[in-house]
Write a protein that binds this ligand. Structure first.
Ligand SMILES: NC(=O)c1ccc[n+]([C@@H]2O[C@H](COP(=O)([O-])OP(=O)(O)OC[C@H]3O[C@@H](n4cnc5c(N)ncnc54)[C@H](O)[C@@H]3O)[C@@H](O)[C@H]2O)c1
Length: 441
């Protein structure tokens, strides 16, 4: 299939439901980078290279020079939050970035004010905001969001939009019949079915408006048949779920390595403390459950105890998150890993990661916004599995197991870029040119 990629002309509006710590760190970061104060460290689209052709050709362009991405100067920001603080106030409250940096971009941040949110306290008990839309039905709320989207596009003269969910994690719900078909979902919107969460109303509105949607939290959101079908029908790209940062990032780096060397794992205990608003929301057991499900699936999929029972059949995996205000956004995680080697002899690995949650998440928001826009311009609609690299719990076609190994995810992402740009895929076999080199000696 030949891809005709539309050029990234004009402005790209990045719309964000949930303008808290992650969103403000992303927005303030892009503003600071545009002014030349800083570098987009951690962003594959901005600082990552991609190999093209044979190793002997020595072609390693930056990804942003290889694929037609929107330039940082052409991004405009908007979004919704249940609190009405502008982005300067919200970034100050989040306490991720230092006041000096925020002061240098204050006018730009103050100009961005969240629109009224679609919010339902039954999905996030620990929050009380007042910047909230009031309508009789969920369907009318979706219509109000569509109006916001259209107005934003016109006011900011955008040629394209993308939406990235950065709002709080909603309580755990399971897929039910209201999520099965577009008809059932729309009927549910009209009769206020309690199983339709706010995030589902946002993604419904986005798809109806032709806006690609990526989900940074572990809520079901776009991972239900009705929304997958709607995305296909409307030719819109969707992706999710739950940004892969911190502890899970480490897990998907370390576990594939142990697995690659056929080392056994008997136990993996993961504990976290964090003190930001995300930590407060996750302190509620119903919201923690959503996160727990997302975090637990990772090891099982990488290690495959079903096909490796001697090495991983006994694996005990536990994840804890505790709210600890003094640490703020500086999350601390501990992993205790009980492994065994030759003849079953036991060893231990301890990982203590003193990370910064939003610093790890912000470049992911940027990359997802730019890649989702690229996918849309390349005519790639439905689930964008090639972006699994960025997610803890990657959304896949129904019935397909997700790929969690970060190195395989990267190969898939890079090969997708080569594929849409008409370059040869790289298998890392290299026998053809290796033989030529040996013969030339
Ligand atoms: N930081 C990370 O490393 C990381 C990693 C993976 C996932 N996440 C997820 O990203 C999300 C954002 O994290 P954060 O640290 O910025 O949290 P945060 O609490 O600072 O920000 C979330 C914001 O969403 C707002 N909100 C809640 N419900 C909303 C709704 N229905 N509509 C609009 N706004 C709403 C809240 O008022 C809050 O300002 C969370 O769901 C978190 O679990 C974060």
């Amino acid at each position: 299939m030949e891809y005709q990629i539309q050029q990234a002309d004009g402005k790209l509006g990045v719309l964000i439901p949930g303008m808290g710590a992650v969103a403000t760190t992303f927005i303030a970061g892009v503003e600071a980078i545009r002014k030349g104060f800083s570098q987009p460290v951690g962003s594959l689209t901005q600082m990552g290279n991609i190999r093209l052709g044979k190793r002997t050709e020595n072609r390693y362009p930056l990804i942003k020079d290889f694929v037609p991405l929107t330039k940082l100067e052409d991004i405009v920001f908007g979004g919704w939050d249940v609190y009405s603080d502008n982005m300067y106030e919200a970034a100050t409250n989040a306490k991720v970035l230092e006041p000096m940096l925020l002061a240098a971009i204050k006018p730009e941040l103050e100009a961005i004010k969240p629109m009224e949110a679609v919010f339902d306290k039954s999905f996030v008990k620990n929050l009380d905001g007042t910047n909230v839309k009031k309508r009789a039905t969920k369907y009318e709320l979706a219509e109000a969001l569509m109006e916001d989207i259209a107005n934003f596009k016109q006011q900011h003269n955008c040629s394209r939009l993308v939406m990235v969910w950065c709002a709080s994690t909603e309580k755990y719900i399971e897929q039910g019949d209201v999520h099965e078909t577009i008809e059932a979902f729309e009927a549910g919107l009209k009769n206020n079915d309690e199983r339709i969460s706010p995030s589902m109303i946002y993604v419904y509105a986005a798809i109806k408006m032709g806006v690609p949607f990526a989900n940074g939290a572990p809520n079901l959101t776009c991972d239900i048949p009705a929304i997958i079908e709607l995305a296909k029908q409307n030719g819109v790209a969707i992706a999710g779920k739950d940004f892969k940062t911190g502890q899970t990032l480490m897990k998907t780096i370390v576990a594939p390595g142990l697995h690659a060397r056929a080392l056994g794992i008997r136990g993996w205990f993961s504990s976290n403390i964090l003190g930001n608003r995300d930590g407060l929301v996750l302190d509620d057991p119903e919201n923690f459950k959503t996160k727990e499900v997302s975090k637990l699936s990772v090891l099982e999929e990488i290690l495959r105890p079903d096909i490796n029972p001697e090495l991983y059949g006994e694996l005990y995996h536990k994840v804890r998150i505790n709210y600890y205000p003094p640490h703020g956004d500086n999350k601390e995680s501990w992993d205790n890993i009980d492994i065994f080697g030759w003849l079953g002899y036991q060893m231990q690995i301890k990982i203590n990661f003193l990370c910064r949650d939003s610093i790890l998440a912000a470049p992911i928001v940027l990359d997802l916004a730019l890649f989702m826009d690229l996918a849309q311009r390349a005519g790639m609609s439905g689930i964008q599995e090639w972006l699994s690299f960025y997610f803890k719990s990657p959304q896949t076609a129904p019935g397909l197991k997700p790929e969690h190994d970060i190195f395989k995810q990267l190969i898939k992402l890079q090969n997708t870029l080569r594929h849409i740009m008409g370059e040869d895929l790289i298998t890392h076999l290299g026998l053809d040119y290796y033989q030529d080199l040996v013969e030339a000696l």
